[in-house]
Design a protein around this ligand. Structure first.
Ligand SMILES: [Zn+2]
Length: 149
């Protein structure tokens, strides 16, 4: 008889999901590259407390020009940060000020963990509801072309 393996849930970190629905994240095979795995694992390992202990990737591929972001090249993801308190993946905090602080600390931990080959973008005005992370070995200046990039 084979004993059932006990799954150490507490050590697995947050559950990771791609956002679903009509405004969900588009993912392609190219997203399952080591650089995206590195980003998602780093985000999971450095995450603050998240609603339903779930990390939500809110954007993968998006049409656009590569000069703006690396979403069109499948080398960037957005991860839910400050959002409705009931939404899975939203940062848990007492108020918006505390959530902003936790989000900023999360982004700092991500920058430290990922190093200079990656861009981590979080903060006002356009990056409060998500953290944008991309692998950018050429270290181009990050230039979002529209809100939500
Ligand atoms: Zn983005």
């Amino acid at each position: 008889m084979v004993a059932e393996v006990e799954v150490p849930w507490a050590r697995l970190g947050p559950r990771v999901e791609w956002k679903t629905g009509t405004s969900g994240a588009w993912s392609f095979g190219r997203h399952y590259a080591p650089e995206i795995a590195t980003i998602v694992r780093a985000a999971a390992e450095t995450a603050p407390t998240l609603v339903q202990n779930t990390l939500i990737i809110t954007e993968g591929w998006r049409a656009g020009v590569p000069q703006a972001s690396l979403h069109p090249a499948c080398k960037a993801v957005d991860i839910r940060a400050i959002d409705d308190a009931m939404r899975p993946g939203a940062i848990v905090g007492e108020d918006d000020e505390q959530k902003l602080l936790y989000g900023a600390r999360w982004a700092t931990r991500l920058r430290e963990k990922l190093g200079t080959d990656y861009d981590v973008v979080f903060g006002p005005p356009n990056h409060l509801n998500h953290i944008h992370i991309e692998r950018d070995v050429k270290r181009r200046p990050y230039r979002p072309v529209k809100e939500g990039e």
